[in-house]
Design a protein around this ligand. Structure first.
Ligand SMILES: NC(=O)c1ccc[n+]([C@@H]2O[C@H](COP(=O)([O-])OP(=O)(O)OC[C@H]3O[C@@H](n4cnc5c(N)ncnc54)[C@H](OP(=O)(O)O)[C@@H]3O)[C@@H](O)[C@H]2O)c1
Length: 336
């Protein structure tokens, strides 16, 4: 089963590339500027420019894809504010959707499952506990471009095209196998709380639901395995669109909790809030990291978000709630 990870050189993308290859999928990934030194043997790299589609069309011409996970984005809100046109060109996956539709037309109706990683910043953040159908009034360019991406996908790939949009909150976890050229959330907080000589300000009034990278990875693996099994059934029934389907790797199915595949295969929605189980302010997060590391709270300064000027203005971020099917619980030692 061929899986393409766009933005496979990024933080989340790297965990997916390694995890899916380990499970036995044939993994392809795209990168913009940084080919992975750590990629496992057999993984195929494609250099692409997602703002123009260059390189992506060629990847689809060479290989039929059964699932695509779109992790590519200009993911730093501050960068999006300074280059809104570029942010929109990369974050709204027009060329990827073109390729998926062309593949369906030219490869016997083969529909690749599209898992698109969105963000909780599609909400305006004016209150807590958002439902999936309440997005709107985004407060920054990043949130607007990610919401436009969702609308673009949903309108051009209407049902029954298989789509799962996962609105992630802040992603935390261990460093990626290859370094990524931006500060990692958990590592930044850990470094800040470990330095008693330098107080660091954390917002007391900005709440998110941080999600562990391994939970997003497991959720993605589950969705791909469920889709692969559906393709297998279609193939057995001789249905159009499954001609190029290949078996889901046995290891991928064995790695799942009993009943998990059936639950996901029966999913009725296309857009999911995919945060972690807790709703925490930035100060709460810093205190939890400090406790985990055995540091005191002395270097943590609790401040209102209005005390810092930044794109989107005071309070310019969202407060999503955690809704099902959510993330697959997985064992992990502490925060790391
Ligand atoms: N990290 C978080 O806390 C968080 C929270 C919520 C949602 N998300 C969303 O989750 C997804 C993954 O986030 P992440 O943190 O893993 O992102 P990331 O580390 O910033 O990686 C971004 C990826 O996009 C690629 N890319 C950017 N511009 C490109 C272009 N013009 N052409 C081709 N590739 C391009 C990068 O390639 P190169 O580096 O090789 O150039 C990289 O592989 C994103 O959609 C993001 O919006 C992230």
């Amino acid at each position: 089963m061929n899986v393409l990870i766009t933005g496979g050189s990024g933080y989340l993308g790297q965990f997916l590339v390694h995890g899916l290859a380990e499970l036995g999928y044939t993994v392809h990934y795209t990168y913009g500027s940084r080919q992975l030194a750590s990629a496992p043997a057999g993984v195929v790299a494609h250099k692409v420019d997602l703002s123009t589609g260059e390189g992506l069309t060629q990847a689809f011409e060479q290989t039929p894809f059964h699932a695509v996970v779109n992790c590519a984005a200009i993911s730093q809100p501050a960068l999006c504010e300074t280059a809104p046109d570029t942010a929109r060109a990369v974050n709204v996956p027009t060329h990827l959707v073109d390729c998926l539709l062309r593949q369906e037309a030219e490869r016997g109706g083969l529909r690749a499952l599209l898992i698109h990683i969105s963000t909780d910043q599609v909400f305006d953040g004016s209150r807590a506990h958002w439902k999936e159908d309440e997005a709107g009034n985004q407060v920054n360019v990043y949130g607007k471009s990610k919401y436009e991406a969702e609308q673009h996908i949903l309108s051009r790939l209407p049902e029954p095209y298989p789509v799962a949009i996962l609105r992630s909150s802040i992603i935390y976890g261990p460093p990626a196998p290859d370094p990524v050229p931006r500060p990692l959330f958990l590592q930044f907080v850990a470094s800040a709380v470990s330095n008693p000589d330098k107080p660091t300000s954390f917002f007391q009034d900005e709440h998110r639901s941080p999600v562990h990278v391994r939970d997003l990875q497991r959720l993605t693996e589950l969705l791909i395995a469920a889709h692969g099994q559906q393709l297998e059934v279609q193939q057995q029934q001789g249905q159009q669109g499954a001609a190029a389907a290949e078996s889901v790797p046995r290891k991928a199915v064995e790695a799942l909790a009993p009943g998990a595949l059936a639950t996901v295969a029966a999913r009725r929605h296309r857009v999911y809030n995919a945060g972690g189980p807790e709703r925490l302010s930035r100060v709460d997060m810093a205190r939890q990291v400090a406790d985990c590391l055995g540091c005191g709270h002395g270097s943590i300064e609790s401040v209102p978000s209005a005390s810092v000027a930044r794109p989107g203005g005071p309070g310019g971020f969202s407060h999503p709630r955690y809704t099902g099917p959510g993330c697959v619980p997985c064992p992990r030692p502490g925060l790391w």
